[in-house]
Design a protein around this ligand. Structure first.
Ligand SMILES: [Fe+2]
Ligand SMILES: [Fe+2]
Length: 192
């Protein structure tokens, strides 16, 4: 009897993470806009991995760690959007992704500046996504779009601040006449 109870409890926990048996009616424009954003987040993951690889090849392990860790976060962003659809029983159509904009930055400060520009571009994309799909949440709050968008707005603000702070550290280091290697470990610690 106890074994049966344990089995039922485990299955109930697993079931909670499964999609609903009946797909929710997610409007097509919402699905399309979210699929496009999934592609953008995975592109950001690709870009940060390219930056990480560049830093690693320049013997800057701290900055490489910063970039690789950010790449993981971008993948998490993509999954947050993916699960918004899949947990409603809606499959995801993956779009063709593009190569990173560059694969080499001679100066690590330029890589972080490119990262900041990219984050600003993504912030603009989130604003567009918001403008395009919020009307559907007003029509059906059970879709949960409002909550999802709020999370992304806050995340973008945090990411822009985080990259900006790192650029400030690097520029101060250079202005003080120190090699960028001297601040490398400190940059890794910003993410712990
Ligand atoms: Fe992101
Ligand atoms: Fe980002």
């Amino acid at each position: 009897m106890i074994q049966l109870f344990v089995f039922v409890t485990i299955m109930a926990c697993k079931w909670k993470k499964q999609a609903t048996t009946t797909p929710m009616d997610v409007p097509e424009p919402v699905r399309e806009a979210i699929e496009k954003q999934i592609c953008a987040e995975l592109h950001a993951q690709y870009l940060y991995n390219a930056m990480g690889a560049c830093m690693q090849a320049q013997n800057l392990p701290g900055m490489a760690y910063w970039m690789y860790d950010q790449a993981k976060e971008e993948e998490e962003h993509a999954f947050r959007l993916l699960e918004f659809l899949t947990l409603k029983g809606v499959p995801v159509r993956f779009l063709t992704n593009e190569k990173p904009e560059a694969e080499w930055w001679n100066d690590p400060i330029d890589a972080f500046k490119a990262a900041l520009q990219h984050e600003k571009k993504v912030t603009a994309m989130i604003n567009e996504l918001d403008a395009k799909i919020r009307q559907y949440d007003a029509a059906d709050p059970h879709l949960g779009i409002d909550k999802l968008l709020k999370w992304f707005h806050e995340e973008q603000q945090e990411e822009e601040e985080s990259v900006g702070k790192t650029i400030e550290m690097l520029e101060k280091c250079r202005a003080d006449g120190n090699p960028l290697q001297s601040v490398d470990k400190a940059i890794a610690k910003l993410r712990s």
